[in-house]
Design a protein around this ligand. Structure first.
Ligand SMILES: [Zn+2]
Length: 238
């Protein structure tokens, strides 16, 4: 009996030692991998595009008349700050209320969009996120929708990652309805080879969405969800 206990004691110590050794070896191999993947993803560039600006205010709020261009800018700054604080390099297409077009341009919208494309191409980013606010003929329509270019597999993956997050954290709890990320033929999606999404954050034709999106606390929560989805996408790509 005494000897038997002795054997068990030895065995237990051996098993513990083996388990510890396995854990240490696993950590030694996984920690450098995790940290280098993190470094590779964290140092990458993201272009944040606040849609519209200047004379082009985009759509406006049904209750307050708030301009889409101003809300796009506010959301861009929030997401950009989260990305910067996590170590990503952020390039903004605009950081104030002005459009990018030249006052002398014959076609200001075209000039504005081409300047955004030039910024994206110069940045050679790992991802591009363009913020917009939606509108619809039925005032009941609510929620966040994400769009991508059909020819971009990476754009589709990024769009689905962001859409899934926004469905889980906002669309389903707030409205009981989820959206699929959708293909769209838009200049900003097609002007560069980099993975690009348009996020329509909500409908300014709906009074509740408008109320939420004009609230800075809601924008911070929404922006943090977008940041989390972006970081997950960039981490996988690293
Ligand atoms: Zn827009």
């Amino acid at each position: 009996m005494h000897n038997l206990w002795g054997i068990f004691k030895v065995d237990f110590r051996v098993i513990t030692a083996v388990l510890l050794a396995v854990a240490v070896v696993a950590l030694c191999f996984s920690a450098p991998y995790i940290s280098s993947a993190y470094r590779r993803s964290a140092g990458r560039t993201v272009v944040i595009d606040a849609g519209h600006g200047g004379a082009d205010g985009g759509v406006s709020g049904v209750r307050t008349g708030v301009k889409e261009s101003d809300l796009n800018l506010a959301m861009s700054k929030i997401v950009g700050e989260y990305l910067e604080s996590a170590g990503f390099n952020v390039v903004y297409t605009r950081k104030n209320e002005k459009g990018l077009y030249s006052a002398l341009a014959a076609n200001k919208k075209r000039d504005d969009m081409e300047k955004r494309a030039a910024i994206i191409k110069r940045a050679e980013p790992a991802a591009v996120v363009s913020f917009h606010m939606n509108t619809y003929s039925s005032p009941a329509r609510r929620g966040a929708q994400v769009f991508f270019d059909g020819s971009s597999l990476q754009g589709k993956l990024l769009a689905e990652t962001v859409q899934d997050t926004l469905n889980r954290e906002f669309n389903l709890p707030d409205t009981g309805r989820e959206y699929s990320a959708l293909k769209a033929e838009k200049y900003i999606l097609q002007c560069s080879p980099y993975p690009t999404v348009i996020i329509e954050c909500g409908f300014l034709s709906n009074a509740i969405d408008e109320k939420n999106l004009t609230d800075s606390e809601y924008r911070a929560q929404f922006g943090y969800a977008v940041f989390g989805a972006l970081a997950a996408f960039l981490y996988v790509q690293a």
